[in-house]
Design a protein around this ligand. Structure first.
Ligand code: ZN
Length: 333
């Protein structure tokens, strides 16, 4: 859904003396009714590997595919428990999903973010610590080329993003449009990645003590219009980390950190039309009423479902005198 123009038509309100007065300039929809129009933030969680691809295998034979599925399910459970978030798992069982299908799943479901969970191995068993990756510039450029090579895909991406069709645009303009979308997406990916790293760094080691996301050319992250990060929860090739990741309590901490980072990101910049954005506006919004001819304090109170006493004390009015044009503050309904 793009921009909408909403026109509310209201019946004239009669004052106590029977005169028509200006309709109350406040919104009186119930919280329930409003929240139905507020969408959930869609978080697509991608447990790496699966099925015939076990991913990395630890010295004690712990398989990456099992660890990352457990962490992904835990993240989903925690987000599900919050208002305003809808987690979706790319895989909820032990099966393989092609890399391209993972990011396509995110785009088809209009994901607000794509988070891929891994616990890879390194040639040295000494390597340790968690890290977060976003797509690199080089990766973005080559993936852009890839999308452009696939006309259908590129048209899809832009169509879904800005409602701009690519069909009638020349090649240079197409590149600029895709590039613009990817630059914004990359910055969002880095922002959310930084918050997730910060949360993980509160309870465990970060790889190389890096507090900024790394940037690399991961195929799974190449969805130009969905901010995407890849979380390496640790090195399964390191015996200590293999033991950590094998513990449900540690995995739960890891999932909590990732979920918290995602929530912090969306609370700092909630997507337009989301329940989270609406919730924040509600907290900030102050209902106001401009006194019209024929108004009395008690009539204003009744019409707005406020007690006369509350209305007077909120506006520091002692008697009952109000003036036309005076602005009254109304309590949150
Ligand atoms: Zn992996």
């Amino acid at each position: 859904y793009g921009h909408r123009l909403v026109v509310d038509l209201e019946r004239p309100v009669l004052s106590s003396t029977g005169e028509k007065v200006a309709p109350t300039p406040t919104v009186n929809l119930s919280v329930e009714k409003m929240s139905q129009q507020r969408r959930d933030i869609i978080v697509v969680i991608d447990a790496g590997h699966g099925g015939e691809d076990p991913g990395a295998i630890g010295p004690k034979k712990t398989r990456e595919k099992d660890i990352v599925l457990a962490i992904s399910k835990e993240i989903a459970q925690q987000l599900e428990a919050r208002s305003g978030y809808k987690p979706m798992l790319v895989r909820d069982g032990d099966f393989i999903v092609a890399l391209k299908n993972r990011r396509d799943y995110a785009r088809k479901n209009n994901a607000d973010i794509f988070v891929s969970i891994h616990a890879d191995a390194f040639t040295s068993s000494l390597a340790q610590g968690a890290s977060v990756y976003a797509l690199s510039n080089g990766g973005a450029t080559s993936s852009m080329a890839q999308y452009l090579a696939d006309q259908e895909n590129a048209a899809d991406v832009i169509g879904g993003l800005n409602g701009v069709s690519l069909e009638d645009k020349d090649d240079i303009l197409k590149q600029v449009l895709v590039d613009l979308s990817m630059t914004a997406t990359m910055q969002s990916s880095l922002n959310v990645g930084t918050l997730v790293l910060d949360e993980i760094g509160r309870f465990t080691k970060l790889h190389g003590n890096r507090r900024a996301p790394g940037q690399a050319n991961f195929v799974v992250l190449r969805a130009p219009d969905v901010p995407s990060i890849l979380v390496e929860t640790g090195y399964i090739s390191n015996p200590t980390e293999e033991a950590n990741l094998g513990s449900p309590a540690y995995r739960k901490k890891m999932a909590t950190a990732i979920a918290n980072g995602i929530v912090r990101y969306f609370e700092s910049q909630p997507p337009e039309g989301s329940w989270v954005a609406w919730q924040q506006q509600q907290k900030q919004a102050v209902r106001k009423y401009v006194v019209a001819k024929g108004d009395t304090l008690s009539a204003i109170a009744v019409r707005n479902g406020v007690s006369l006493q509350a209305l007077k004390s909120l506006n520091k009015i002692n008697g009952s005198t109000i003036k036309i044009g005076q602005v009254l503050v109304l309590p949150q309904s």
